[in-house]
Design a protein around this ligand. Sequence first.
Ligand SMILES: [Zn+2]
Length: 275
Amino acid sequence: MFKKKTIWLLCMAALCLALYTIVISRIEGRTDVIFGGSDNGFIRSDSATFGDPNEYNTPEPTEDIWPDIDIDLPQYSMVNDQVAHLLTSQFEPDVDYIEGTTQLFSVAAMPYLDAMLQDLRDAGFGIYVAGAYRTYSYQKMLFDGKASQIAMGFDPPVTDYLDPKYQEAVEEAKKITAYPGASEHQLGLAIDLMDKRYYTPYVYENMNQKFYEYLDSICANYGFIKRYPTRKLLLTGWDEPWHYRYVGVEAATFIMEQGICYEEFYAHYNPDFQY
Ligand SMILES: [Zn+2]
């Protein structure tokens, strides 16, 4: 009972913070506020510090440099809001608590995550896990909260879900918060990682870039990739330098060495995949 109340209070606090941020950003005329990405806050994007988002460097699909893998294995799942790539509400991976946190992660990939976190600690970083496994229903709550928040911001405010204008808010919300079933956090293989000393407030300029430089240099050793790098925003649709995804050492090493995003990698094995 106590736990339920705590979760409810935390959710309300997160929604209040998001609403507050939207109001502040409107007042200040900001257009670069990004919500979502982590469970309990917002991140203001100042992407310029993270390189050129237009920089494309997909390698030629020459046959002998791409790893020989079975793309249909669960660790390679492509999750997004395309119908073919949505997870159902029944998809529930085997997860367990990440040591020392209240966050859950895939049992199968846990040894790799544990080793990566230990590497970070050994390098002198404090770790804050801002998000990991999310259930379908939790993602739905986040998304519905975002859509209704946007609809309330219309002039006049729209509160009726059946109002055709509400659909506009839904489409707008899709750019900010993953649609239910469209978040790879539901796979249990994604984690939002931040340096403990820099996690608040969530603005890029406050993030410890040394933390991400180091993490980017070692993550593939443990099978993880930087999933939504700023410079690939136009390909992935997301700008989340804190979001890492387990795909296995072989694929991760190739992806990080080539500097490609997962869409580019996945499309090599599934030529029909559009992104
Ligand atoms: Zn994330």
